[in-house]
Design a protein around this ligand. Structure first.
Ligand code: TXA
Ligand code: MG
Length: 313
């Protein structure tokens, strides 16, 4: 890990690092973020790995300016457009329907994506130099507080991030407010830097907090039943109507209608990158049941298992 002062040359180095798939922590006006190329699934997988997240959470994309929004999200709601005009750059993350360009691993398989334009000169310079959407959660380990200084980031990550840009203490020390706008409905997902009252005033509308809405089920694999292979009696299933998702290429379970593997050689990072596409691909198959082989529960394997458990219910 290299701690960099925010000079122009250093920001250029950091921007190049992001574009080549490395991880860079940098200051924003709220807290420090841990950034990776938002269009590079392998780089994004590394974020989950170094944060030691036991699950795939949706990450927001940080954008250099408003012109990038249309590259990653659908924006047709007039009030949402007004919020962007009024509050961005600033501590507001808007969750909008995502475009195809955004990899599933960024959104945790969700159909929406969070967008954020930070109000911090160092962050904006870095984003402009990189010229791409940067997937960036807060730069803390899972379960730890969001860092407000470069030292906090360095203490938590040590060598597991490539660069940390030292911009001193962050101005707010509180994360951004998150508002979801889907089907013209505004929902508060997190309180943060901009009071929700200010946002309500701007759009002249009450915003419902997320807790009062019923939890949405992940629509993936709706019609296909799923189970872990070690939980079923293989003598009782119809193999020609069953799919199997293996961890590696090694199949000790025999023939099935479709057999796929997440990573031929058993690389957890590659498995994480392939997970969502693999799950989606089974939806197109003529099967009633999909079996999962268990994944080793270490590193990114925990997040993969968490997702598979959520699907099997
Ligand atoms: O101020 C901030 O927002 C900081 C700085 C670094 O930008 N970032 C931050 O990121 O707090 P993170 O990943 O620690 O928290 C973002 C929250 C997460 O709880 C995530 O689940 C939620 O935003 N989120 C992101 N995209 C979402 C989506 N498409 N749908 C629902 N929730 C989303
Ligand atoms: Mg966080």
């Amino acid at each position: 890990m290299k701690l960099l002062s925010p000079t122009k040359e250093n920001l250029q180095t950091a921007a190049k690092a992001i574009k080549s798939g490395l991880l860079v922590a940098f200051p924003t006006e709220t807290v420090y973020g841990l950034g990776a190329d938002g269009f590079n699934p392998t780089a994004v997988a590394k974020i989950f790995e170094v944060k030691r997240r036991p699950e795939f959470q949706s990450l927001s994309l940080m954008l250099p300016d408003k012109s990038y929004i249309k590259e990653v999200a659908e924006l047709d709601n007039k009030k949402a457009i007004y919020l962007i005009e009024k509050f961005l750059p600033g501590p507001l993350t808007l969750v909008l329907p995502k475009k195809k360009s955004v990899p599933d691993i960024v959104t945790g398989g969700k159909a929406t994506v969070g967008i954020r334009i930070p109000e911090n000169r160092i962050a904006l310079n870095l984003l402009h130099l990189a010229g791409i959407p940067v997937a960036a959660p807060s730069a803390n380990l899972y379960g730890k507080l969001s860092p407000t200084s470069a030292e906090h980031v360095a203490e938590q990550f040590g060598e597991s991030v490539d660069f940390i840009i030292d911009g001193g203490e962050t101005r707010l020390g509180l994360e951004s407010t998150i508002i979801e706008v889907v089907n013209n409905k505004f929902t508060l997902l997190r309180n943060g830097g901009i009071p929700v009252e200010e946002i309500e005033k701007a759009i002249d509308e009450k915003i419902i907090p997320a807790q009062t809405k019923s939890a949405k089920k992940n629509p993936a694999l709706n019609k296909i039943k799923t189970a872990f292979i070690d939980k079923v009696n293989l003598d009782n299933i119809e193999r020609e109507k069953t799919g199997l998702l293996l961890f590696t290429e090694k199949n000790i379970y025999g023939n099935f209608a479709v057999v796929k593997s997440l990573s031929g050689k058993g690389n957890l990072e590659e498995a994480a990158v392939n997970l969502f596409a693999a799950l989606r691909s089974f939806e197109k198959e003529d099967i009633d049941l999909l079996l999962f082989e268990k994944i080793p529960q270490k590193g990114l394997g925990r997040a993969i298992m968490d997702r598979l458990r959520k699907i099997t219910g």
